[in-house]
Ligand binder design. Structure first.
Ligand SMILES: [Zn+2]
Length: 172
């Protein structure tokens, strides 16, 4: 059972790697086509080459877009995207329930007790362009014990996390 899980995880990792390579190849190919199109435009080969340039641009864009969609890491980034009007720093948090046995000696950030079941909030501060996360500045997980998790008022949600930036440690 445990071995099977390991093999499946390995297969997943390998296929993700292949998709990533294929994705970057497509992006590189598309970028090459776009560069060729631009240099063709600069060289200025007359009306006949305008068709060629347009074709290169279309192929380049198709390659780049499909490369991004195929790449698991870039796709996850797209899944995480914020509103298209967001530029600059974006803070986000999400919460999930932690079951007993899932924790590895974490302690509650509110009261310091060992967490054996409770809640985990993941916070992230990213730099976004048009809502797409470009780089992650800080990322981390806070654990809360059951007692503190029930006392929801203490747990920062997205709006109050924005007002308490000092509670987030620098980088993880
Ligand atoms: Zn607690």
């Amino acid at each position: 059972m445990g071995d099977e899980g390991g093999i499946v995880a390995l297969a997943d990792a390998v296929s993700e790697l292949f998709y990533a390579i294929a994705g970057w190849l497509l992006v590189g190919l598309g970028a090459l086509a776009l560069v060729a199109a631009v240099s063709g435009l600069v060289a200025g080969g007359g009306v006949g080459s305008a068709m060629g340039v347009a074709l290169l641009v279309v192929f380049g864009l198709v390659f780049v877009v499909s490369g991004v969609l195929v790449n698991p890491r870039l796709r996850r980034r797209l899944d995480r995207r914020h509103s298209i009007t967001r530029f600059g720093r974006v803070r986000s948090t999400d919460r999930r329930v932690v079951r007993p046995g899932e924790t590895r000696g974490e302690s509650c950030v509110e009261c310091g007790a060992d967490v054996e079941g409770g809640m985990a909030t993941r916070y992230r501060e990213e730099y976004a362009l048009a809502g797409i996360p470009i780089s992650t500045r800080t990322e981390g997980v806070n654990h809360y014990c059951l007692a503190c998790a029930f006392d929801e008022s203490d747990i920062p949600d997205e709006s109050s996390a924005r007002e308490r930036p000092e509670s987030a440690p620098e980088r993880s």
